[in-house]
Design a protein around this ligand. Structure first.
Ligand code: ZN
Length: 197
């Protein structure tokens, strides 16, 4: 469980030791950030905290274009048993939910699908499906930022079934097409992100 006051202090101080341990979601802009985000800080009354990126996205928040929360290693704060969730995350990263079902994944882990969903809710704060979606987008965003691959290749390599599906999911999340995000230079990103309060 995240402690609001500890998180709030950490994000106000931009404490790097908390990077990846929680994300700050801004209710007024529907954007979520890392604690180290350089953008002007939102008012305390407008924020809430999430332990993981999928949890923030499941609650309807978009990743900040400035601090790029998708670049933070996927490391939810664990409490209690974790190995099953860790194995599940590895399988999802390898594409287990790109073609297969949650039932299938649960089967491979030797547990029931409902138990798997419960574990994900407890440790990730989001469903396995949402987690897979966040991972796909994260991979796509990294490829967009670091390679010159075509949209079709990026879609394929990040586990999307089609470029159309890739565009749709991306647009839902970022409010703009992948090609538009690719064209954004850091200065432009800063301007866009600067609009948040
Ligand atoms: Zn940010």
């Amino acid at each position: 469980m995240l402690d609001f006051n500890i998180c709030n202090k950490a994000r106000l101080e931009r404490d790097a030791s908390f990077d990846g341990k929680f994300f700050t979601a801004v209710k007024t802009t529907k954007i979520y950030c890392r604690p180290v985000c350089p953008v002007r800080q939102p008012l305390t009354k407008n924020i809430s905290f999430y332990e993981t990126a999928p949890a923030a996205e499941q609650a309807g928040y978009r990743p900040c274009l400035r601090c790029r929360p998708e670049t933070v290693p996927f490391c939810p704060a664990w409490n209690g048993t974790k190995t099953t969730v860790e194995r599940a995350l590895k399988m999802i990263e390898q594409g287990a939910l790109d073609n297969g079902s949650v039932e299938n994944l649960a089967d491979r882990l030797g547990i029931g699908p409902r138990h798997l969903s419960r574990l994900f809710n407890k440790h990730i704060g989001a469903s396995p499906t949402q987690t897979a979606k966040t991972m796909r987008i994260r991979k796509a965003k990294q490829l967009l930022n670091t390679t010159q691959l075509s949209m079709a290749k990026i879609a394929e390599q990040s586990g999307f079934k089609s470029v159309r599906g890739f565009n749709k999911v991306f647009k839902n999340l970022y409010g703009r097409a992948p090609s538009q995000v690719k064209r954004l230079n850091p200065q432009r990103c800063a301007e866009l992100a600067g609009g948040q309060q």
